[in-house]
Design a protein around this ligand. Structure first.
Ligand code: EPU
Length: 302
């Protein structure tokens, strides 16, 4: 999708936004899959409501990209313009036991920045790739820790009011890989509150999570983490593994031979091939176990 309206194009710099033409989403997603479109990088968050109003008024469909680490994007020319928050410096500000974190900040770096200030609790999240905004929206979790449990305040652009609002943590529902935010809501910043802990102790916890992750997950391959949510009381990875599907592939889209709930792009996989693989595995699990696996990865269906 190309932003054609010259008035929109010329307004963007004044709104603290930068237009990049014809960006390949395959370069911005951890799966390295996705077609091309115009990308608008947003520095001035306060103008976001004006920007979104302007795009809507001129009929430009848009989607928000976070860190691109839990996302499957269609191939070819995309039917939306993509918005992305530019990373601001500093991404993390410490105030006592609170960290005020910009949504574009990297989650892993946030964990280590807080650790250096003797603020712990998030050790389990260390290897989760992506931005804090994306983690928040999905309630990212690992090794018994979910980001939602630390959230005290969220600054968010709300699709319904079309304004930037500050919500208290209690006003947001954080469930397993799901939150009560609306589809069009855009996370801007968050205040998390963390327990005090000596740096060395946090480092030890970080080391343990890293080791566990390295032992069971394909970290240096192109994936979007787990493809499916675990159904209540069952493990998607174990079921796919038991079906002998590790290494099963459709061209370059492959079930990881390390962790069966990770699907890998081994080269030039397309979104269509990844979709076929997802549907094939879902059907096999349904037929053998009776579970209808729900995707954890976000699919931007065109
Ligand atoms: N298992 C297998 N074969 C496999 C993979 C797993 O038999 O190929 C078995 C394991 O041996 C274990 C069980 O399945 O007994 C669960 O596996 P694991 O401990 O790896 O955890 P998971 O449920 O597959 C979840 C999260 C991960 C998170 C880990 C660690 C989901 C969908 N996945 O994986 O999150 O890193 O726990 O806490 O909840 C993600 O969200 O993208 C993600 C990777």
């Amino acid at each position: 999708m190309r932003i054609e309206d010259p008035q929109v194009v010329s307004a963007l710099p004044d709104l603290g936004a930068e237009l990049r033409r014809g960006v390949a989403l395959s370069e911005l997603t951890s799966l390295a899959i996705g077609g091309t479109t115009d990308l608008v990088r947003i520095r001035e968050r306060k103008f976001l409501p004006v920007l979104v109003d302007m795009l809507d008024a001129t009929g430009v469909p848009h989607r928000l990209l976070g860190g691109g680490s839990n996302l499957l994007v269609p191939d070819g020319e995309l039917p939306w313009v993509v918005l992305q928050l530019a990373e601001l410096e500093p991404g993390v500000r410490i105030e006592g036991n609170s960290a005020i974190v910009d949504a574009a900040a990297d989650l892993g770096r946030t964990v280590t920045t807080c650790a250096r200030e003797n603020l712990g609790g998030m050790e389990g999240l260390i290897g989760v790739p992506g931005s804090v905004g994306g983690a928040l929206r999905m309630n990212a979790g690992a090794y018994g820790t979910q980001i939602g449990s630390f959230v005290r305040e969220v600054e968010v652009y709300r699709a319904e009011s079309r304004h930037i609002e500050t919500l208290r943590g209690e006003e947001v529902r954080f469930d397993y890989r799901h939150t009560s935010f609306a589809p069009g809501d855009i996370m801007l910043s968050v205040r998390i509150e963390l327990p005090s802990k000596p740096y060395e102790e946090i480092r030890q916890g970080i080391r343990i999570s890293n080791e566990k992750r390295r032992a069971s997950q394909p970290l240096n391959q192109k994936s979007a983490g787990c493809i499916f949510k675990n159904p209540p009381g069952a493990s998607a990875g174990r079921m796919i593994d038991e079906l002998g599907l590790k290494g099963h592939r459709i061209e370059d889209a492959m079930v990881s031979d390390r962790h069966a709930n990770f699907f890998i792009n081994t080269g030039r996989a397309t979104c269509a091939q990844m979709r076929q693989l997802i549907e094939y595995v879902r059907e096999r699990v349904r037929n053998s176990y009776g579970f209808e696996l729900e995707e954890e990865v976000i699919y931007w269906k065109a």
